[in-house]
Write a new protein. Sequence first.
Length: 332
Amino acid sequence: MADVRILLISGSTRQGSGNTAALRTARAVAPDGVTAELYDGLTALPAFSPDEDEQPPGPAAGLRARIAAADALLFCTPEYAGTLPGSLKNLLDWTVGGGEIYGKPAGWVNVAVGGRGTGAEEHLAMVLRYVGAVAVPGACVRVPVPREAAGPDGIIADPQIRHALAAVLTALAGHVRQAGTMQTVYEAAGGADGMRRLARAWHTRVMADDEVSHAFLHGYHPDHSERLAAYWGEALGGPPDYTAAYGDETSVVRIHSGNGPHEEMNRRAIACFDQALADAGLDGDERLRQVLHDYFAWAATTTMYRYHESAADVPDGLAIPRWSWNGLAGES
């Protein structure tokens, strides 16, 4: 089973922040089966503008991609003037139009000592409800962190604090697994829209490539990119739209078979795919970029190349292979 991915978001921009130290420590004590990643782009986000919501600037698009690729979110924020810091509210504003947080399990840790931080905690809960996040009770806790708790490496050594932070991650991961909300690769890549962007970007790249474009010399279907997006989507954990509308794996493999050896074309097609990932905005999350690359490279050199001698060799009734975060479904 793939690890549960939890994105850690600090609301503090201060060097030596206790909030950031708590999240850095949570990452260090993440239990088995949990990958915790610290978001570090808070200060790079531009001020939110509704005019840019549909096509957000790079840092905001990167934020949305990181959130989309996560199975759950964990926040830790200071309180400024009785509420959330402006920088964190700005981050949350950038998520409203994208919808990436909707239905996403979330938690928060209040590290303020002396019973403080209630205002920020209440306002964070309110905003997360507004954007449709699912607050996980066992992951919304108060864990006081004294100012001197973090060491020179920014990690907290106190065993009680470390245990409490690990328990928060365990609660989030447990909710994700119980609810069955772990994202497929398809979902992390932006669903149908992400697949269409990728398919169009790849088609543009290969048509401009002297080697790979030879595969299209005899023409191609006018809906090629749409069909390709449906095929990739189904393979990467999305709905069976390709099978329902266009055919099975056998029909796809036969189209790509009987063309003789073409290792160089395969290599160039994979290079075009890697470039298309950047063109489609899917290269910001390294884990997602790698699993998409691995899938395409595997398909190009295995299923789509296995019968290069003759299309007549392709068996009937093949099903579209499924690819997960761990690779080919059914294989470790």
